[in-house]
Design a protein around this ligand. Structure first.
Ligand code: NAI
Ligand code: MG
Length: 501
């Protein structure tokens, strides 16, 4: 087994990955019940990076018991909202204080450039915790005037309580391992739920390190349990568990549908953040100086491994060649390499499986007549690298235009008029995000109104904020994360009705 420790590795990260990492159940770090461990790989080299306890049904069972106990009987529910908020705030502070270490860990495990993890992933996670910490004290119900027709003259006091939904299973993907953990944990903790978090098998390390900060912050035992393991075993056991009140899932649409089936047993609540095939529309009246780099980063950010990646680039015909050549020029200049190399602008894809999936899509595209004006191939002697790719000669009936590729591959297509573009942009089973580039504000907002997507960016792309809800129309998901919308997924409303006279 080659442990891929490069000379410049952060010393605390080197310590962290040296021994097999355990799972967090009921405030204790323990081995899997089976004693099994599994490897996580460094995608820049393909070598084993660390070993991790492999959670399965029995571990999920113990974690659910701990979360149930913590919810029903623990100090967590007796804490004031302010105390809960302060714990979450403290977690944000601890994370911020360890930004450098988390960025290293994320870069090693996922492949993303260290600078990106430091500038985006970690600070966004910190901010999410702070935003959600503030909500703990603001989860209010209403008082409701009643007019019950069959009790004439009676008076009532009716009000609503917003109560935590209970024990929550959270299954997250590998593209933003720490940030996805924060998006999930933040609202669950703010509302007073307890959690079993299952990180993706490709990238379990930052969530496990976050678990150490959760313990350090002083969350009561069992409030957050972290069980690494595979989807088909640990994930499926969590989704099907009859004592879990809610599942929150981010990942593929295919697995999202399995989660819905698994949840049917006890009709647990389900929220889903699934894939996308987001249209990015550039009009000829756009400021092309910003639209061109914007369209490039819409697809190449995080190596295209973004559920909201701008993977269908539609450009008004008269500026098509200029925009597409501009995006290709950006692609040409991207330095591809290991995430830890300071020169690197694009790292490897997360896994061999993902590499094969993306290359499979490229082959399918070429066989259907698509042409790469830049990129189009795997690159590098080791690791899971793919060239940033711009495809032209594509049509809406092609696999590369219909399906989520989840790699640095954009399909560029010209359009003639604004009426036509709305229909084409909406012609997808997905509806996660969309963008419009134009100087005409009426046109921009007309498009924003007509686009069937959970987020519409105007003259920008990939702008995220803890306060702005994110989630999908159509098969891109159920529910919204971030913003106050996210709190709805973790609370349920109780109506209390008192007869006064
Ligand atoms: P996936 O959907 O299989 O994995 C996501 C999470 O679900 C992981 O934690 C995994 O362990 C878990 N999981 C897998 N099977 C499960 C099951 N039967 N029951 C419960 N949990 C299960 O995604 P995968 O295979 O890593 O990537 C496949 C494709 O999914 C990508 O190419 C991309 O198109 C899409 N994807 C979308 C993401 C998003 O942010 N919406 C993130 C990751 C992948
Ligand atoms: Mg899968």
């Amino acid at each position: 087994m080659g442990i891929a420790v490069s000379p410049q590795i952060h010393p605390r990260v080197a310590d962290f990955i040296e021994k097999p990492r355990k799972m967090l159940i009921n405030g204790k770090w323990i081995n899997a019940a089976s004693g099994k461990i599994f490897p996580t790989y460094n995608p820049a080299t393909g070598e084993v990076l660390a070993q991790v306890a492999e959670g399965d049904r029995e571990d999920i069972e113990q974690a659910v018991k701990a979360a149930r106990r913590a919810f029903d009987h623990g100090p967590w529910r007796r804490m004031t909202a302010s105390e809960r908020g302060r714990l979450i705030w403290k977690l944000g502070d601890l994370l911020e204080a360890n930004t450098e270490e988390f960025a290293y860990l994320e870069s090693l495990d996922n492949g993303k450039p260290l600078g990106v993890a430091k500038a985006a992933d970690v600070p966004l996670a910190v901010d999410l915790f702070r935003y959600m910490a503030g909500w703990a004290t603001k989860l209010e119900g209403n008082t409701i005037p009643l007019s019950v027709p069959y009790t004439p003259g009676a008076k009532y006091l009716a009000y609503t309580l917003r109560e935590p939904v209970g024990v929550v299973g959270q299954i997250i993907p590998w593209n933003f391992p720490l940030l996805m953990a924060a998006w999930k944990l933040g609202p669950a903790l703010a509302t007073g739920c307890t959690v079993i978090l299952k990180p993706a098998e490709q990238t379990p390390l930052s969530a496990l390190r976050l678990g150490e900060l959760i313990v350090e912050a002083g969350f009561p035992d069992g409030v957050v349990n972290i069980v690494p393991g595979y989807g088909e075993t640990a994930g499926a056991a969590l989704a099907a568990h009859s004592d879990v009140d809610k599942i929150a899932f981010t990942g593929s649409t295919e697995v999202g549908k399995l989660i819905v089936h698994a949840a049917a047993g006890n009709l647990k609540k389900v929220s889903l953040e699934l894939g996308g095939k987001s249209p990015n529309v550039v009009f000829k009246d756009a400021d092309l100086e910003s639209a061109i780099p914007g369209a490039a980063s819409a697809i190449f950010f995080n190596h295209g491994q973004c559920c909201c990646a701008g993977s269908r680039l539609y450009v008004e015909k008269s500026v098509f060649d200029r925009v597409v050549e501009g995006v290709a020029e950006h692609a040409r200049k991207i330095t591809v390499g290991s995430g830890l190399d300071p020169e690197t602008q694009m790292g490897p894809l997360v896994s061999e499986e993902q590499l094969n999936r993306v290359c499979g899509y490229l082959e399918a595209g070429f066989s259907e007549g698509a042409k790469a004006i830049i990129g189009g191939r795997k690159t590098g002697e080791k690791g899971y690298f793919v060239e940033p790719t711009v495809l032209i000669n594509t049509r809406e009936d092609m696999k590369v235009v219909r399906e989520e590729i989840f790699g640095p591959v954009v399909t560029a297509m010209p359009f003639e008029d604004p009426e036509e573009i709305l229909t084409r942009a909406n012609d997808s089973s997905y509806g996660l995000a969309a963008a419009v580039w134009t100087r005409d504000i009426s046109k921009a907002h007309r498009l924003a109104d007509g686009l069937r997507a959970g987020t519409v960016w105007i003259n920008c792309y990939n702008i995220f904020d803890a306060a702005m809800p994110f989630g999908g129309y159509k098969q891109s998901g159920w529910g919204r994360e971030m913003g106050h919308d996210a709190l709805n997924l973790y609370t349920q409303t109780k109506a209390v009705c008192t007869r006064l006279s």
